[in-house]
Design a protein around this ligand. Structure first.
Ligand SMILES: [Mg+2]
Length: 255
């Protein structure tokens, strides 16, 4: 029995966390505010027809993973940093409060923990700071990680790599240098979860109580993680070895 528990607990070596609407609830309103800012950007900077903007924003998001990726695929020309500064720069970050419960949960888990977000680094760092979670993750895989300047500036390929493409998830697995069979992926997006499963990850849909296709677990809130996955803590009890935690959040770059 002891051996079985040991195998169970050591099953997971790494936890990949989406950030927005996964580490904090949708009810903060950041998501809505972000969408409004994207639509304003499409109007003001890309001079699109006002009546078409809301539908196009949503259609591109559905088709390409992010509206930004869709705009690039349609050959709209704009600076990625300008776009991110515009849509995230005016977000109501004061709605995000330090989450000590989540912080303690994360710090008590022995596995490696990495953020995997489609957002840019500035936004990711700001959100983690506001939530008081900066020390909980060894690194951040974000827009800049998956889309380094060299690739973005290549005119023949302005394609943006982002979730839910399986290719983006496989890139994150490679950059984090993890075994997908020993990694759990947490995300609030059903399509990201479906792709995560295709990439071979264990998956947890966050923010709803019902399983979605490709999800192994469903958590209404990330705060329920210990009730749903107690084996994550058993690993520490069984193995007895300490995992060294990096004190600072760093952006992981592709080697
Ligand atoms: Mg999300």
């Amino acid at each position: 029995m002891d051996t079985a528990r040991r195998n169970d607990g050591a099953m997971y070596e790494c936890l990949l966390f989406d950030m927005d609407d996964t580490l904090y609830p949708l009810s903060t309103g950041l998501n809505l505010a972000c969408r409004k800012n994207i639509q304003d950007y499409m109007l003001e900077h890309l001079h699109m027809e006002e009546s078409q903007v809301p539908k196009m924003c949503l259609d591109l998001y559905k088709e390409y993973g992010t509206t930004m990726a869709g705009l690039k695929a349609l050959d709209y020309e704009f600076d990625n940093d300008d776009f991110h500064a515009y849509v995230h720069g005016r977000l109501p970050y004061d709605k995000l409060k330090p989450d000590l419960v989540l912080r303690n949960l994360l710090l008590s888990m022995p596995q490696r923990k990495i953020i995997f977000t489609n957002a840019d680094q500035t936004h990711a760092v700001e959100v983690l700071k506001r939530l008081g979670l900066e020390e909980c993750f060894e690194g951040i895989i974000c827009f800049e990680t998956l889309n380094p300047p060299k690739q973005v500036n290549n005119e023949s390929d302005s394609r943006i790599l982002c979730k839910p493409s399986v290719e983006a998830i496989e890139a994150a697995i490679r950059i984090a240098d993890v075994d997908p069979k020993k990694t759990i992926f947490f995300d609030d997006s059903a399509r990201n979860i479906a792709s995560g499963k295709v990439a071979g990850l264990h998956t947890v849909i966050v923010g709803c109580s019902d399983l979605v296709p490709g999800a192994d677990y469903a958590l209404r809130s990330i705060h329920n993680i210990k009730e749903a996955l107690p084996e994550l803590w058993e690993a520490e009890e069984c193995d007895g070895h300490q995992v060294i935690k990096s004190p600072a959040v760093e952006t992981m770059v592709q080697a």
